[in-house]
Design a protein around this ligand. Sequence first.
Ligand code: ATP
Ligand code: MG
Length: 545
Amino acid sequence: MVTSNFIKTIIEEDIATGKHNQIITRFPPEPNGYLHIGHAKSICLNFGLTQEFDGVTKLRFDDTNPIKEDVEYVEAIKDDVEWLGFEPAEIVFASDYFETMYECAVKLIEKGQAYVCDLTPEQMREYRGTLSQPGKPSPYRSRTVEENLELFAKMRDGEFEDGTKVLRAKIDMASPNINLRDPILYRISHTQHHNTGKKWCIYPMYDFAHPLEDAIEGITHSLCSLEFENHRPLYDWVVRECEMPCLPRQIEFARLSMTNTVMSKRLLKELVDNGVVDGWDDPRMPTIAGLRRRGYTATSIRNFCREIGVAKADSVVDSQMLDYFLREDLLDKAPLAMSILRPLKVIITNYPENEVEYVEIENNPKNPDAGTRKVPFSREIYIEQDDFMLVPAKKYFRLFPDNEVRLKGAYFIRCTGAVRDRAGNVIEVHCTYDRETKSGSGFTARKVKSTIHWLSATYAVPAEFRLFEPLILDDSSGEHFLDRINPNSLEILNGYIEPTAIKDAQPLNKFQFVRHGFFCVDSKYSTNDKFVFNRIVPLKSSFKL
Ligand code: ATP
Ligand code: MG
């Protein structure tokens, strides 16, 4: 799964030196939103490593901040991990350890390494100092162990209001690492928790809770993103001073960032809450749920994560790279079909009325084993609007007056005229066909320069097509991302689709529509009466791996 990287090297050493017999990793999302493709990188890394080294990976909900958390997110996250193809050895909740964490905090107080502080947030900022200036001790730093024990118990018992007191570690107010200047361990929050209900009104801070969670679970390698590098001394301090029997090792790697999107649950939630998108699973969202609904496959996402690898330096990945892996995955898997996205009616004036014939079209020109299918052909057909020009541009070889083209799998047709509406728009094209030119008949007397696709107007099934552009425009304006929303990120077209190909199509089934790209049946809007297709990606791109 995982190509060579610096984390793998560390694990190999740890196994070789006998430091660990089995490695244990965890994926620790906070259930405050849906997972995105950045989380997929972390999932593939954590689970990929333990698959390779025969270890185990736990899915742990880091639910220590009840204000933002919700069971909806818990369920969505479980679903996404499973869909990506990974099975957690165990599903656990940080909130299950609240009692143990409380005991650890009491232990720190007893050792004189934690104190209850009454400074306001503003005062605390002021006392903390800056990168160039040391902090100064809080006046509450010298409280006695007894006093601290009593106050902390009262905090737990709900005797104080939110924000009036915190528990802080007593480390070093002059440390060059600001994270070590007496960081907060516990805060008061009278908030209902999705798991523990009203049992607690004090909650541990991430920097205290996370190392303890890792230590309690016996995590050997705790992988997190680079922004936690400066927190590592605190991480190590917590597990050491709380005298945890197991000392996990925190290792940081670069977060995934991608062009044309935002990559944070908090920002993605703003898109949802502001109605910019139609929910967390909107096909334009970089969420796993959105990518899945759009039609990306779990294989394509896993291959993408493997290719981007793991590094120590942040970089931005071109969003087209994921499209590359989608095409690669679907090229031989998605059945081919013809669709007309922007229909223009063509009447073949010398073709008998009410007649229908079935032409055979290959299911996959690159693979004869894929067989053929029968496609109905009749006097009235639809072609794409841009396959016709009344006045042809230079080097335009498709249909125009007097020109002849091949209808894919059927006949040559020659344009004899066009009907226009009052505004001058072409609304119908007239052609004649030549019976001798049928595909597969061996006709060679004349050649045409273009083959276009088509659908019988009588048999084509109406369908909606949704085409996407990036949701967020990358530019250097520095504007807030909500001011950079691409107004053209969704285009809805009403066209037609080949009847045979989609007969049994189910939500999330994928197709390759000739000349248009890879499409997926939308799981929300598609019905038996009207198919709705999301375009996953167009056929080609300029992107090269
Ligand atoms: P967000 O801002 O999206 O909520 P987060 O880091 O706060 O991100 P968590 O739910 O805490 O999200 O993350 C769970 C795990 O996923 C963490 O180990 C985190 O480092 C990792 N992770 C989150 N975003 C990315 C990303 N863009 N690239 C790689 N790993 C990520
Ligand atoms: Mg977070």
